[in-house]
Design a binder for this molecule. Structure first.
Ligand SMILES: [Zn+2]
Length: 285
């Protein structure tokens, strides 16, 4: 049975902390290096529902993609949202480890998992990491479809393959336009339009696209956009990461029990479709 420090060393080897963005807060947030680990839970968000799930499961280690804190804090009082998370973890001897932007750019990383979920063939990173001589690490991925699909069918595939959320997939573009190449980026992707345009792809699948960058992007090119829930675009990484740790555990003879949370922590819980008869003028015509 490994100690936490041994498991963390293996995770650090997959996603070295020094490869995280300078503004990020990755690594071990809670945990005693000497504690033993038998059960690990992977999830996107370190929120109370996930921590409660870790307690229920009897996990000793929770690994999340999103950090608990990005900025300094002066309290872990249980009366605060994040303080309650810390209290629950410590009272139940559960460690918390975060792999965020260091997992985004890893090989394989968050966008490889997203591409895999959509059955896309990864060609190269969208924004290559200049420190990687192999040219495989970096943000986002440029991908190809084995068989080109009309946008409407590719969107249907994304809706079917990504975990279900209230939002589903928002689409911009001609539904009959043929999609051969796709840029994907797990999480918020609207800072990447310049690189997406330069890649010359038919479509861009990401999350959190805002009005102005999206509007500008589609008015300057025939680029199709697919906007999924942020959580849904990053969740496939949990399965990939769990499989990676499982393999390490097998090799090391650790016999870890590795789980992936299926709890939907997307903050949006419902979607009301507009009435087809509603018009900006008020009364339907
Ligand atoms: Zn994210």
């Amino acid at each position: 049975m490994p100690r936490l420090s041994e498991v963390i060393a293996a995770l650090e080897n997959l996603w070295p902390a020094e490869r995280a963005e300078s503004w990020d807060a990755v690594g071990t947030v809670v945990g005693d290096p000497e504690q033993q680990v038998t059960r690990v839970l992977f999830a996107v968000d370190p929120v109370q529902a996930i921590v409660d799930e870790a307690v229920e499961l009897g996990a000793d280690l929770l690994v999340t993609h999103h950090p608990l804190w990005l900025r300094g804090t002066t309290t872990v009082a249980a009366s605060t949202f994040k303080g309650r998370v810390v209290h629950t973890l410590i009272k139940n001897d559960i460690a918390l480890h975060v792999a965020h932007t260091n997992a985004d750019t890893a090989d394989p990383g968050v966008s490889d998992a997203l591409a895999g979920a959509l059955d896309l063939r990864v060609v190269r990173p969208l924004v290559p990491d200049p420190t990687d001589p192999g040219g495989r690490r970096g943000l986002g991925r440029v991908c190809e479809l084995d068989h080109p699909l009309p946008l409407r069918e590719f969107a249907a595939r994304a809706a079917e393959r990504l975990p279900a959320t209230a939002q589903g997939i928002r689409v911009s573009g001609d539904p009959d336009a043929v999609v051969r190449t796709v840029a994907v980026s797990g999480g918020s992707g609207d800072s990447l339009f310049e690189q997406v345009r330069a890649a010359g792809v038919d479509a861009f699948l990401t999350a959190d696209l805002r009005h102005h960058p999206a509007s500008e992007a589609v008015h300057h090119s025939p680029l199709a956009l697919l906007d999924a829930a942020h959580w849904a675009t990053e969740w496939p990484w949990c399965e990939l990461a769990a499989a990676q740790l499982d393999e390490i555990s097998d090799r090391a003879g650790w016999d870890l029990r590795v789980h992936v949370s299926a709890t939907v922590t997307d903050p949006w819980t419902a979607h009301a479709a507009s009435s087809p008869t509603a018009s900006p003028m008020g009364a339907p015509n």
